[in-house]
Design a protein around this ligand. Sequence first.
Ligand SMILES: Nc1ncnc2c1ncn2[C@@H]1O[C@H](COP(=O)(O)OP(=O)(O)O)[C@@H](O)[C@H]1O
Ligand SMILES: [Mg+2]
Length: 336
Amino acid sequence: MKITVLMGGTSAERDVSLASGLRIAAALRTRGHDVTSLDTAQGVMDAGTERAMLAAGVQQAPPTLEALAAMSRRSLSPTLGTLPVVREADVVFLALHGGQGEDGTIQALFDLCGVRYTGTGPLGSALAMDKDLSKRLFRAAGVSTPDWLMAPAGAAEVEARLGYPVIVKPSKQGSTVGLTLVRTGADLAPAIAEAFRYDDEVMIEAFIAGRELTVGILGDEALPIGEIIPKHELYDYECKYTKGMAVEEFPARLDGAVAAMVQDQAVRAFRALKLRGYARIDFRLSDSGGCFCLEANTLPGMTELSLIPQAAAAAGISFPDLCERIVRLATPDGRS
Ligand SMILES: Nc1ncnc2c1ncn2[C@@H]1O[C@H](COP(=O)(O)OP(=O)(O)O)[C@@H](O)[C@H]1O
Ligand SMILES: [Mg+2]
């Protein structure tokens, strides 16, 4: 098949997306596909550029907001529907993370232009990107999620309704960017201000002490659960993208009944947001055994350290097979 892998973009997760996209492109080539790599910020990548970017890897911190803003002024995104490498592809593999790749706008543009793409459509993408709306739908579907408030909220209100500690985070970001663990009311306002740098909606959520779990969904089935044991207290940007900063166990060491419950919650969450193809659902498992859904990721990382590739491997699915299945799920046959 002719496949164009879309990557890069101008969100805070740009570097992660480049790492995912290049790896996907290489895997699909090993399956004999005719693959083009397209950075939505800079254009089609030649083999030399691909090699240089692959070697650069993901930095310890995301690119600055200023650097991203400069790139976004030159972004190709508005013209994507007219580019021959997009229009002539049998399937566009979306390896963007965050921002316009993940919020459903590019998916809507492709629907308008009749371009076939991997994963979830515009509605599900937008819902999953918005943690506040996601959590309302989770609750309606019987998926438990931590209690939360939206900013503005004062320290006393947070104390009364949630109790400390709380997590303050942008409602529509990823990669733990702009997120703070707040232990006392005095630290609330600066954390809210930090989160507002990244989003116009900020969430204050009850902190769930316990274990960090993640469940990949492929097709409409849950893959083996993963447990993440980060070196920092939170699974932050550095732990997510630096080798050795987190231990990941697939399958997670869980009692069979607990594992079945978490997988069931993950499938329910996937359906509640009308997701398609594949996704990764993040959970906290509290010390008292309750499982709380944090969010769904419709364009989960596909770097060598990423969780979905590890979950697939635990199910006996190699990385090229995983990419191939995601592509097939985007074709009319794969969906039926
Ligand atoms: N309510 C919470 N309780 C405990 N830890 C949390 C909570 N919310 C977020 N975290 C921590 O922050 C990480 C990122 O939060 P998440 O909601 O998954 O946002 P994203 O991954 O989109 O940045 C989680 O993986 C977890 O380690
Ligand atoms: Mg997450």
